[in-house]
Design a protein around this ligand. Structure first.
Ligand code: ZN
Length: 260
């Protein structure tokens, strides 16, 4: 459990596959938003995201999405101490969304569909055992990896599956592979502020993802200052910050009313 391969590493030679899978649109929908919206998402996830990360969002009345993979619950990984039942209860109680990230952090690019379904159920059961009462409607592909078959076979309980391909969610999007922008790494602040400016101008849905939140984060985490800076910039610009499930429901409602 301590050696869980959580780092979002790219498989060697995976790029051509990834482009083909990305182009396979399984759940098309058109984004029509009256105003831009941002979703902050946290994958895996360490306690630092559930505490520091949540606090930064809550300070401005914002809510986010935490994609839990229960195989590492209570364990220690390279991100530090991972979430436990108490974190799930506190996040859900505060109005944040808990999403599914498989139980075992499966590389879905290499997982038979039945194994994936069994692992999703195992994760839902584990979260229910931890006391989560809300329905899981949002999924995130571990490592951002998936296949055309799995996208087509995304269980209907999930309204979205988030990937890790960068960009804004605007125009015609695929709910089975939502884009997400890394809130970590080199130039993260510059990239994030530019995306925020583009989302504002184009009334788009901007999704960020990160892992730990710390003064000195891992290479896949956000510094506390970085998250504070981006949330403050969004708040100053009057941009709503809402969980993925909530935004997806809104987009689907508008889509249904324009295409009955
Ligand atoms: Zn992950």
């Amino acid at each position: 459990m301590n050696q869980a391969p959580l780092a979002p590493v790219r498989r060697p030679g995976a790029s051509p596959d990834r482009r083909r899978v990305q182009r396979h649109v399984a759940r098309p929908v058109r984004v029509r938003l009256a105003r831009p919206v941002i979703s902050f998402t946290f994958d895996d996830f360490p306690k630092s995201a559930a505490t520091r990360g949540a606090k930064i969002l809550e300070a401005v009345g914002a809510r986010g999405t935490w994609y839990a993979g229960c195989g590492v619950a209570g364990a220690h990984t390279q991100y530090g101490e991972m979430f436990d039942a108490g974190d799930i209860a506190r996040l859900a109680g505060a109005g944040h969304e808990i999403g599914c990230h498989t139980f075992s952090h499966l590389d879905c690019g290499r997982t038979p569909v039945d194994d994936l379904y069994a692992d999703m159920v195992r994760n839902a059961d584990a979260l229910a055992t931890m006391g989560l009462e809300t329905r899981l409607v949002s999924f995130a592909w571990p490592f951002g990896e998936t296949t055309a078959t799995l996208k087509d076979g995304l269980p209907s309980r999930f309204t979205t599956a988030r990937g890790t391909a960068p960009g804004l969610a605007e125009g015609r999007i695929d709910l089975a592979q939502l884009p997400a922008n890394a809130l970590f790494g080199a130039d993260a602040q510059k990239r994030a502020l530019k995306l925020l400016e583009q989302a504002l101008r184009r009334k788009a849905w901007l999704i960020f993802y990160t892992h730990d939140v710390a003064a000195r984060p891992t290479e896949w985490g956000a510094s506390t200052a970085l998250l504070e800076r981006i949330v403050a910039a969004a708040f100053a610009a009057g941009v709503e910050m809402a969980p993925v499930g909530e935004v997806a429901a809104r987009i689907l409602a508008v889509d249904a009313s324009t295409h009955p």
